[in-house]
Design a protein. Structure first.
Length: 466
């Protein structure tokens, strides 16, 4: 790297980080957090559209993008936005992504002095709904991009496209169809975006895909109505007991999957080697790990990033807060199957139906509610080394590479539908409390993220990876 190039790169990094010191980052994010873009709220259609039209579109246009807001191909769902910054037909193209919707605010459950729609700084923690997921993360990237554009005197040396959606928190409804419909407009060579957490607060991280997820309900209903547990107990079916026993045929008391069709292929090769050494937990705010949970013979990294799990995320029968002395009419469990590549997820319902029928649980109804396929870029792809090396040059410290995120993001839309090499550069950490009260972003992580974003956007103009 010659002196002029080094000087320009350093200028971009310093300008990006300066947005924290001069208040631009907090001011920008505060404005975005103040917009209650709850995609789970049917009354939030106006702020969901306004976030794209009044907030993101003007920001992108100021950076040289041509923007268009599109109706969602799924009726009744929020719109999407594509921004295109075109510098030349012969130049390569990067696609990036963000989502402006958030989960429900849960206003009454936040700690004193914080509020979901009012950004507040307490020590290193910047509180507000969307700070970690995803408004803070795409704000970091856009400010890093702005710094790189200015340091390059307005010319990046490549084309850039941006896709924003407003329904990620409800399953990215319509996004897959939209990507198929707009495949030509979204055509690119590489994909880079930010969502999810890094490995921990102290470890800069990239990941190359995500575990998939299938959400489904198991329901047992008798059609007896609620019946007095003394007058009818012992002679009619209790659906809660039936459901509990049905669940016990899927997962053991220690979280181990039981039917073969739910299990993941064992991690192998370089992917397994990467997972084996990954530290999981052990930092302030992290939950206590259970060494005997799940596939206990695997390392924590292999269990979190390379295994399938079945999680019951909601379970109900009767009224737990105000119980009455009655056998309930029905019982339900909402389940997540978190899965890795190689899992036969498309036949999940058929396999569950066969499984329950064979075990005489024919009264268990299965209601599939949607899901994503698992994705994982080859760790040997040059795009992986490029982003990792760029971040390490910006931060002066090692960057960990995860084969995939433990959680699920709509990466299949970019990896499978658009056939792009995908790398994610997260600016959050596992204990950020996303989806919960007290969601926050660490300012120390944001500062690193601004430097990393500016560095990657700069470096792409110097040497496009092949």
């Amino acid at each position: 790297m010659n002196d002029e190039t080094h000087s320009g790169r350093q200028q971009a990094l310093e300008a990006a980080v300066e947005t924290i010191r001069n208040g631009v980052f907090v001011e920008t994010l505060a404005r975005r957090v103040a917009m209650p873009t709850e995609s789970q709220n049917p009354q939030a259609q106006q702020p969901l559209r306004a976030y794209l039209v009044d907030e993101i579109q003007p920001t992108l246009m100021a950076l040289g993008f041509e923007c268009q807001v599109y109706d969602n191909p799924m009726a009744g769902q929020p719109p999407l936005l594509i921004g295109v910054r075109h510098e030349g037909g012969e130049l390569p193209t990067l696609l990036t992504y963000g989502h402006g919707d958030v989960t429900n605010g849960q206003e009454n459950e936040w700690r004193a002095g914080t509020h979901p729609w009012d950004l507040s700084l307490h020590g290193d923690q910047l509180f507000g709904r969307g700070t970690a997921d995803n408004k803070g993360q795409h704000t970091i990237n856009l400010l890093g991009l702005e710094a790189a554009i200015k340091a390059r005197s307005g010319k990046l040396g490549y084309n850039l496209k941006v896709l924003f959606e407003m329904s990620e928190e409800v399953g990215s409804k319509g996004l897959e169809d939209f990507c198929r419909m707009q495949a030509e407009t979204l055509q690119a060579d590489l994909f880079l975006a930010s969502d999810g957490p890094r490995l921990n607060a102290k470890t800069p991280t990239i990941f190359l895909g995500s575990r998939g997820v299938c959400q489904f309900r198991l329901r047992c209903t008798t059609d007896n109505g609620a019946r007095h547990s003394g007058n009818w107990g012992g002679v009619i079916t209790n659906p809660a007991i039936r459901l509990q026993h049905a669940l016990s045929t899927l997962v053991s008391p220690t979280g181990k999957l039981l039917p073969d069709f739910l299990k993941a292929p064992a991690p192998t090769g370089i992917t397994a080697q990467m997972m084996q050494g990954l530290p999981v937990g052990g930092h302030e705010g992290d939950p206590e790990l259970n060494a005997l949970w799940g596939e206990a013979h695997l390392s924590p990294g292999e269990r979190l990033f390379g295994s399938n799990t079945l999680e019951v995320i909601a379970l109900g029968a009767g009224n737990i807060d105000k119980p009455v002395g009655a056998i309930p009419n029905s019982a339900e469990a909402v389940c997540h199957l978190r899965l890795v590549p190689g899992t036969d997820w498309s036949n999940l319902v058929a396999n569950l139906e066969r499984h329950f029928s064979d075990l005489d649980f024919k009264d268990i109804e299965i209601l599939y509610e949607g899901g994503y396929n698992a994705t994982r870029l080859d760790p040997a792809h040059p795009w992986v080394h490029f982003v990792q090396s760029s971040m390490e040059a910006s931060l002066g410290q090692p960057v960990s590479v995860l084969p995939n995120l433990g959680g699920t993001i709509p990466n299949h839309c970019f990896a499978d539908v658009l056939s792009l090499p995908t790398v994610w550069m997260p600016h959050s950490y596992p204990s950020c409390k996303q989806h919960a009260p007290d969601e926050h972003l660490l300012m120390s992580v944001a500062q690193q993220g601004l430097a990393c974003a500016a560095g990657v956007f700069w470096d792409l103009g110097e040497h496009w990876p092949h």
